[in-house]
Ligand binder design. Structure first.
Ligand code: PLP
Length: 397
């Protein structure tokens, strides 16, 4: 794909527009960004301050600091029942770059990558940038694609399957049995599976635990994991992610990283070391806060819209049918979301950015006061949209 054809990420575009409004001193309710808006844990700040005091900042090794790679493999082995060693881990600049490096390392021109809708907004563009072809697979019913639909979509040129559980935007989680069936199918068709697990530590329900694709020994050689410190440890701005892959693939990824960005930032790796040395404590600090915001969001949403929306099982988002907002059928998702931002300063993302029409994604990672006031603003918006619709019908009428 020529980079001149590349479109800005829909979520980033909306987030930027919201930022522009904020610069003009307008109050914006930013439901668009999946950014856990929470102070860095003290342990992270203390560690980074020590590095600053040292006053010494060389390049980090291409694959990342050995201490961080060691910590990352033990963290995954303990929380995901995997069996990685330091050689499997590359530290990258965010999970996003880990994903891109994996695609570049694995794809030949025109290879097909299966994406399960709703998918994370950046997958299609990344696949195309890496020279592949994105093939979107839709669920037969509901918002969770099953093994039968994936089986039907596989063709002779299919090379990679991307799985994202816990899911952005739905918060859905694949069970042990569902994952096993999908991995077996991928194995039979020699597909490499990239499992995007950046929300692994934000599964809120005991009955729906997060299961990692790395926990199935049989499929170890055909699975790569994308991880990140952005969500699980609320370190989004530090930009630390992980590509965790079979050793042969790690060698390729390191060549690509070495020839592009050299290595992830040293100071950021120190921040990640502090988080991973204390992963249970730092993750719990984030998870508790995000769960509180999720519960508040659902309570307030159902209060205003009487919609009976269920709490998402994981991640940072509610993916809500547009019908639940009670808007007139004549207004489509993009128009609704544009109106909310332009006229009511509430930033939300239309479902089409994730490959599904008639849904709206709202992030509940923003501060609690924004959740309360922002949902009031959205309620007011839907009432005024109805009034406008009725007066238009009278005029037409
Ligand atoms: N994967 C998914 C599903 C995401 O939602 C995100 C960020 O929103 C990423 C990967 C990338 O995260 P980061 O680059 O901040 O690590």
């Amino acid at each position: 794909m020529k980079s001149s054809n590349l479109q800005e990420s829909a979520t980033v575009a909306i987030h930027n527009l919201a930022q522009e409004k904020m610069k003009l001193a307008q109050k914006v309710y930013n439901f668009s960004a999946g950014d856990p808006c929470i102070k860095n844990h003290d342990l992270v700040i203390e560690r980074v301050m020590k590095l600053v005091e040292l006053g010494y900042s060389p390049y980090a090794p291409v694959a990342g600091l050995k201490q961080l790679r060691d910590l990352a493999s033990s963290w995954l082995n303990q929380t995901c029942k995997s069996n990685f060693s330091v050689e499997n881990v590359v530290v990258t600049s965010g999970g996003k770059f880990a994903l891109y490096l994996l695609l570049c390392a694995l794809l030949r021109p025109k290879d097909e990558v299966l994406l399960l809708a709703p998918y994370w907004v950046s997958y299609p563009a990344m696949v195309e940038l890496a020279g592949g072809v994105a093939k979107i697979v839709h669920a037969k019913k509901g918002l969770k694609v099953g093994v039968e639909e994936i089986a039907k979509a596989i063709s002779a040129t299919s090379k990679i399957l991307i799985i994202n559980s816990a899911n952005n935007p739905t918060g859905e989680i694949y069970s042990q049995e569902e994952l096993e069936a999908i991995l077996e199918l991928a194995h039979q068709h020699q597909l490499h599976v990239i499992s995007d697990e950046v929300y692994s530590g934000l599964a809120y329900e005991k009955d729906h635990p997060f299961i990692s694709c790395a926990s199935f020994p049989k499929y170890r050689e055909q699975v790569s994991i994308v991880q990140s410190c952005s969500k699980n440890f609320a370190l989004s701005g530090w930009r630390i992610g992980l590509a965790v892959a079979p050793v042969k693939l790690v060698t390729k990824i390191c060549s690509l990283q070495g020839q592009t960005i050299t290595a992830a930032s040293l100071a950021s790796q120190e921040a990640a070391i502090a988080a991973l040395e204390n992963y249970a404590e730092v993750n719990l600090y984030v998870k508790r806060e995000m769960q509180k915001r999720r519960d508040l969001f659902i309570q307030e949403f159902n209060l205003h819209f009487n919609a009976g929306i269920r709490a998402p099982k994981s991640a940072l988002y509610a993916f809500i049918p547009q019908s639940a907002f009670g808007t007139p059928q004549s207004i489509n998702g993009v128009a609704f979301c544009s109106k909310l931002l332009q006229d009511y300063n509430a930033a939300v993302v239309p479902g089409c950015a994730f490959g599904v029409q008639d849904y709206v994604r709202l992030s509940f990672a923003c501060p609690e006061s924004d959740i309360v006031d922002g949902l009031k603003a959205i309620k007011r918006a839907t009432q005024e949209i109805w009034q406008l619709e009725k007066s238009l019908q009278v005029i037409k009428g």
